[in-house]
Design a protein. Structure first.
Length: 191
């Protein structure tokens, strides 16, 4: 199974991914954790570019969208191999992040044609101000107006693609419990 956690910067994806992974491993599942961008050469370039002052410019965004699609293409083999070994793949972001963060939904869909869609997407939703207070200020996307727009796009995507939405304004333990309640039945588990 391929499970993805999505949400704006500062929503707690990395923390919750780690909590979910540890819980699943405790329950006897083999788990692989991935993130986007990856640690590949392409992913490292993306991370560097995200720190550019012009990262939100339209032409820069198109370039980033193409790089994210390329990075995702490299990741597909890993996901397929892990699923063939009956491992649960937990991802910090997927192609839905490109849909939320970048403009041109139709074009984003086209360039991500080969990207795998997660079996389950959990959107960690929270107030933008709270998210910004949690961010470390590493890139140019952690601004209120921008993240407000991204949050609205995520909520729209959640309705269109049947994401499970979790209130990430709650504490770490409550959010983790909510995620477990979503994941357990998908894996035939009771909690």
């Amino acid at each position: 199974m391929y499970i993805c956690l999505e949400g704006i910067d500062g929503s707690g994806k990395s923390t919750q991914l780690e909590c979910l992974g540890k819980w699943l491993e405790k329950c006897g599942f083999a788990v692989t954790r991935i993130r986007e961008p990856t640690d590949s050469i392409v992913g490292q370039l993306i991370r560097k570019m995200l720190q550019s002052p012009s990262a939100q410019d339209e032409s820069f965004q198109r370039t980033l969208a193409l790089l994210f699609a390329a990075d995702r293409t490299l990741l597909m083999d890993t996901i397929h191999k892990e699923e063939e070994m009956n491992r649960i793949v937990l991802s910090d972001r997927s192609f839905y992040s490109s849909l939320a963060y970048q403009n041109g939904e139709e074009w984003i869909d086209q360039i991500n044609h080969y990207a795998l869609k997660p079996d389950l997407v959990i959107l960690l939703d929270l107030e933008t101000e709270t998210a910004i207070s949690r961010c470390e200020g590493k890139d140019n996307f952690e601004e209120k107006d921008f993240l407000d727009k991204v949050r609205k796009k995520y909520l729209k995507l959640a309705k269109q693609h049947d994401f499970m939405v979790v209130n990430a304004n709650n504490g770490v333990n409550k959010v983790h419990a909510d995620i477990k309640r979503i994941v357990a039945p998908k894996l035939g588990m009771c909690i």
